[in-house]
Design a protein around this ligand. Sequence first.
Ligand code: ADP
Length: 310
Amino acid sequence: MTKIFFLGECMVELREQDESTMGLSFAGDVYNSAVYMKRCFPQLSVSMVTAIGRDRLSDKMLNRFKSESLETEFVFRHPSKVPGIYFIETDESGERRFTYWRNDSAARKLVDFLSAEVIEQLTVADTFFFSGIPLAIFEQGAHTKFWQSLERLKAAGVKVVFDPNYRAQLWTSKEEAIRQFDKALRLSDIALPGVEDLTVLYGIQSAQDAVGFCQQYELEEVVVKNGPHSVFTLVGNELLSHTITPVTKVVDTTSAGDAFNGVYLGARLSGRGIGESVQLAAKAAGTVIQHPGAIAPMAAFKQTMSEAGI
Ligand code: ADP
């Protein structure tokens, strides 16, 4: 069975429903990708690699991973930390505001759990996915050990996939993000950047320039997401531009890129070609943005994807 590991943080999502009621959910970029991959490609073994606490909300989060059929063998439980939490408010004009409680997040300590023994166990993966968000939240000093772990996985033949997912407020400086992303891209086999993520850091304005930027690294596959405009892929020497059908009724763009990543990789790992994988991924992303929150309802999502040929 093909095995994919998703390393990152999942958070508790509190969403304002009315003045005295909040909805509870769970979300986080790599978790969202894992969920959408597994929903579309149940034949793949999809694992979360993360750290949560030993509190009741962490129990609920773990149960949610299981109810989405994700493997949880590498979900570590920190004795005193808790999951990160964020609260979403929506004003009358539909504008969303986020408040985060993340300093005490167990996921910031994830590297502490990556012992040599655990890394050896992770070498059974076919693919290992991570993003710029765990890189941003890891504690000072954790990165060196993380890069050594990744080098070990790579040496064992695991394919490494990276999405920069740049979030300025999580980084101490732009220079630090650039330094860590450079390391990540050097160790990666596949990169899935969004154009916007590269604009602030590198001044990149177009999908073509994003592809050009990625060419300095030894990547075997580059997929550049550019909102509703297009997707560019570079595989070997073949540069392709893919057309996206824009969604007219966009409700909430949260996790569009995450859904795209999960379904694209799932399709590729299931033997689908580049063009078909991009179209399935774009369909998934286009579906997710028609629902509020990061995780679209299971039934509606599966229905649309089965009509798209999953
Ligand atoms: P991110 O969410 O990482 O910022 P993008 O905004 O590029 O990434 O969106 C990811 C994917 O979501 C795009 O490649 C596209 O397939 C899809 N998408 C985004 N916005 C729209 C839209 N308005 N209509 C249809 N598809 C969209």
